[in-house]
Design a binder for this molecule. Structure first.
Ligand SMILES: [Fe+2]
Length: 457
């Protein structure tokens, strides 16, 4: 039997040089050096920087279930400390677990290093290394990439890497993911309406292993909510049998400890608020409490969000006058009514009217944001809807199936792209409202559209 012995050798990367078939020099370590290395190229694990403020961050790491890694944070001055490992999320049926760490006392605009260390048999091997920053939420401008719908289907193999490389090259301060970050019930593995907790785990792990964002050497804070496919089932609703497992897995990957005054997860489903950049961002849950779309005997008054979430939205918006974004997986306004397209307006018309009535009354001006439809557009919402002119920004898809789209009478002329794309948004809090610059970016070397908007109540 081969006995695995780990000896202490100094780290040596690319120490050998050979001439390859092309005549170019190839550099690599010897097999023995690989076996004894103490440090490897970053990016192996799935690592997600979640809710973050100017002094605190939450990071979630997917690790093999038998490993007891240590998480070491190195400050810009080179001082090392252990991160607070506050929770582990796993399930007996899977080979992985999510380890959740919280890091406090950060300073904004400085580079920190996270080292994932395996102490197996005294080796102290650095399995993965990432850099990260706090997020300076004290200013007035939020500069973020905004994306939804990321299929890991073989069909998109060629575009997945360049799409994420484009986002990386634009260097947003943070990233908003608004649903379908995983297609649990793609037609490859899991039947619709039947996903078990094992199915959800497996699809998240497979998909996250494929998508580059979770392997970037430089982490970016991600704020995420779900839509139907990462909830677990197409057009999903409150009757979905695995919704509690889905919630635990989704929050395992994207959630974190609440950060007083900045990040607040309401302990109901996955909805939460971000108070940053002198504006608010409310990330809504359009699935967990939703009345089924089909065979409705009556259109319920709070059919889309449930009453508690609806009241939380309005109370939060009324608690102070600073402007707010509302992120919801599927569209608020349908634009045009189509049987195969979900929206609050089409599926939950009574609740939709209630939302409009209540938005008229709250202190804060709002802009709307959605995903889901596999093309991007901006809708101008006329002032007769909620008392002032606002906009709905729909960003979709990073890489998923698309068709030719449809006409929409609310669409801002030209603000449309059915290419793979995401939005780069500058949202500035000014004069009690928002100045918003939006660009739609994809594989092309210039934006598919570019607009500026102002919203004032
Ligand atoms: Fe989608």
């Amino acid at each position: 039997m081969f006995k695995f012995v780990v000896l202490s050798l100094s780290f040596c990367f690319f120490s050998c040089a050979n001439m390859g078939a092309s005549g170019q020099t190839q550099k690599f370590k010897t097999a023995e050096e690989y076996s004894k290395s103490k440090e490897f190229k970053p990016g192996k694990l799935v690592i997600i920087q979640g809710p973050t403020s100017d002094h605190e961050t939450n990071i979630n790491i997917l690790v093999p279930r038998l490993k007891n890694y240590k998480y070491i944070v190195e400050s810009p001055e080179g001082k090392e400390s252990f991160a607070d490992e506050y929770e582990t999320i796993g399930a007996p049926v899977i080979h992985w677990k999510i380890e959740k760490i919280n890091i406090k006392n950060l300073e904004p605009n400085k580079d920190y290093t996270l080292k994932v260390v395996d102490e197996f048999r005294g080796s102290n091997t650095v399995v993965d290394t990432r850099t990260f920053r706090a997020l300076d939420v004290t200013g007035y401008k939020a500069r973020f990439a905004y994306a939804s719908c990321m299929a890991d289907d073989y069909r998109f193999t060629e575009v997945i890497d360049p799409m994420w490389a484009k986002m990386q090259s634009l260097n947003p301060d943070f990233i908003v993911l608004n649903g379908d970050v995983v297609y649990v019930d793609s037609f490859e593995f899991v039947e619709r309406q039947k996903a078990t907790d094992l199915d959800i785990w497996q699809r998240f792990i497979d998909s996250f292993n494929r998508l580059p964002i979770y392997h970037w050497t430089t982490l970016k804070p991600i704020f995420a909510t779900w839509d139907d496919h990462d909830f677990g089932t197409n057009d999903g609703d409150r009757n979905f049998t695995s919704k509690q497992a889905a919630r635990s897995i989704f929050l395992g990957f994207f959630g974190g400890k609440n950060i007083p005054g900045v990040y607040q997860l309401e302990n109901e489903s996955v909805y939460f608020s971000l108070n940053a950049f002198h504006q608010r961002m409310l990330f809504l849950d359009d699935r967990y409490f939703r009345q089924p779309n089909k065979e409705q005997k009556e259109a319920e008054k709070f059919a889309h969000w449930g009453e508690k979430q609806h009241n939380w939205v309005m109370n939060t918006l009324n608690s102070e006058p600073s402007p707010a974004w509302l992120f919801n997986g599927n569209q608020f306004f349908s634009g045009v009514d189509l049987s195969y397209k979900e929206s609050i307006q089409s599926n939950n018309p009574v609740h939709f009217q209630q939302i409009l009535e209540d938005l008229k009354k709250v202190k804060a001006p709002v802009v709307l944001a959605s995903g889901d439809i596999h093309f991007s557009e901006v809708m101008r919402i006329p002032s007769d809807k909620i008392g002032y002119e606002t906009y709905e920004f729909t960003s979709s898809s990073m890489h998923s199936y698309t068709g030719s789209g449809w006409d929409n009478p609310l669409r801002v002329p030209g603000a449309f792209s059915k290419e793979f794309n995401f939005m780069l948004i500058n949202s500035t809090s000014r004069d009690g409202g928002l100045d918003i610059d939006v660009e739609s970016w994809g594989l092309a070397n210039k934006p598919y559209f570019k607009n500026s908007f102002q919203v004032r109540k």
